[in-house]
Design a protein around this ligand. Structure first.
Ligand code: SAM
Length: 382
């Protein structure tokens, strides 16, 4: 028994050491002939676990379990974290450990079906999440009015996955979703990274609409996604003392796309990924005199202005040493706002700065992104 208890101590310490810096623990189940108990993560402070009237600090959990199980001949402890279950089978003379993950399913994830696109996120595997965020009905169907959103989020994540795959093994990543709205993207991305790819992450969602932040916080609590934070604030007011690795924006309206891009540049984020929404800010500023014969038609004028605006955004990112790819991330039938700018920092392109300057000469006044960037750099000068 003494030898077994020593092994139990070692396994518990090892398991909780692995979980130490992750926010993935959901609950712990202890089953023995004497009792069946559950330790829940405290929803108000994930540094603690709750068991009936006890409140146990996470650091003390291995010791707590060890004491609880010391005199018991047979028991099982299930440590349920997001995406895996660790089971300790405690026998009279030994302890056996089993780890059950969903990694096997991941191998099937990318199998394409010819002529059709398979969802990147398998809805059936992500039921709890999709129901909580309101994409799936209680009966397990993707809701008709949420199909488009799910598809957009799914494709967005597939494209994020590609760039993460290019440079794997970097450790924890911190993601900022600007204009997160109801946070579909943030939640599903968090699920994908944590439970499928097993990449530790922190996801911060910001939005200046109090209602969407309140509802996101409610869903976060329901799901026990402790590695998320939602802030009701303007993109330009965002401040942090830690590094941001990825800045995202999906259909952030008005000038919010430019604010998000400027913030990404200001924070020197490794990745900046944006699906722009409104491009109106530049429409009246672009000098179309070169192609008056075309731009006199309103439709052409608007389309040219859209392309010019997104083109300038891409050129701005390149001028700041980002490698940019421009992708139609979903079909234009899904949404006409279907251009995704994907930028990765650390690629100096000779001449990119002067080309960008030349492009700006076609716009009377400065592009909003430049103004926002100047404001941010000025505000945080020291
Ligand atoms: C069209 S919604 C998109 C929401 C979400 N990204 C999505 O795709 O479902 C745009 C969101 O951006 C937020 N927003 C717009 N301008 C903002 C700003 N300057 N700062 C913070 N949030 C902003 C709005 O409140 C809104 O929730």
């Amino acid at each position: 028994m003494e030898k077994r208890n020593q092994k139990l101590r070692k396994l518990l310490q090892m398991t909780f050491f692995r979980l130490k810096d992750k926010d993935t623990l959901k609950w712990i189940e202890i089953t023995s002939s004497r009792e069946k108990n559950t330790l829940q993560v405290d929803p108000d402070n994930p540094a603690y676990l709750l068991e009936k009237k006890d409140r146990i600090s996470r650091d003390r959990v291995p010791e707590y379990l060890e004491q609880k199980l010391a005199g018991i001949e047979k028991a099982s402890v299930k440590i349920i974290e997001r995406g895996s279950v660790i089971t300790l089978k405690i026998l009279p003379g030994d302890v056996k450990m089993e780890i059950n993950t969903q990694d096997k399913q991941l191998q099937h994830q990318k199998t394409p079906e010819y002529g059709t696109r398979q969802d990147f996120i398998r809805a059936g595997e992500a039921e709890e999440l999709l129901k909580a965020v309101g994409i799936m009905s209680p009966e397990g169907q993707i809701k008709a009015d949420k199909r488009r959103k799910f598809y957009q989020v799914d494709r967005f994540i597939e494209l994020i996955d590609e760039i993460i795959e290019e440079q794997p093994g970097k450790g924890k990543i911190t993601i900022l979703d600007c204009g997160c709205g109801k946070s579909y993207l943030s939640f599903v991305l968090n699920y994908w990274l944590t439970e499928k790819k097993r990449i530790p992450c922190k996801v911060i969602g910001i939005d200046d609409n109090a209602d969407v932040i309140a509802s996101s916080r409610k869903i976060q609590k329901q799901l026990g996604y402790h590695n998320m934070e939602f802030r009701e604030e303007k993109i330009m007011d965002f401040q942090t003392s830690s590094d941001i690795d990825m800045v995202l924006s999906l259909h952030a309206c008005d000038t919010a796309t430019d604010e998000a891009l400027a913030l990404g540049l200001h924070l020197e984020s490794k990745y900046i990924i944006a699906v722009p929404c409104c491009q109106a800010a530049l429409h009246q500023k672009i000098d179309f005199s070169w192609w008056k014969a075309i731009s006199k038609h309103n439709i052409f004028h608007n389309r040219l202005a859209d392309i010019f605006t997104d083109g300038l955004r891409a050129a701005a990112l390149e001028a700041h040493n980002y490698r940019v790819s421009v992708v139609e991330y979903v079909s234009p039938l899904e949404t006409p706002k279907n251009i995704l700018l994907r930028a990765v920092r650390g690629y100096h392109q000779p001449g990119a700065k002067s080309k960008y300057k030349k492009l700006q000469d076609n716009v009377s006044g400065e592009i909003p992104l430049e103004n926002f960037l100047k404001t941010l750099d000025y505000r945080h000068k020291d």
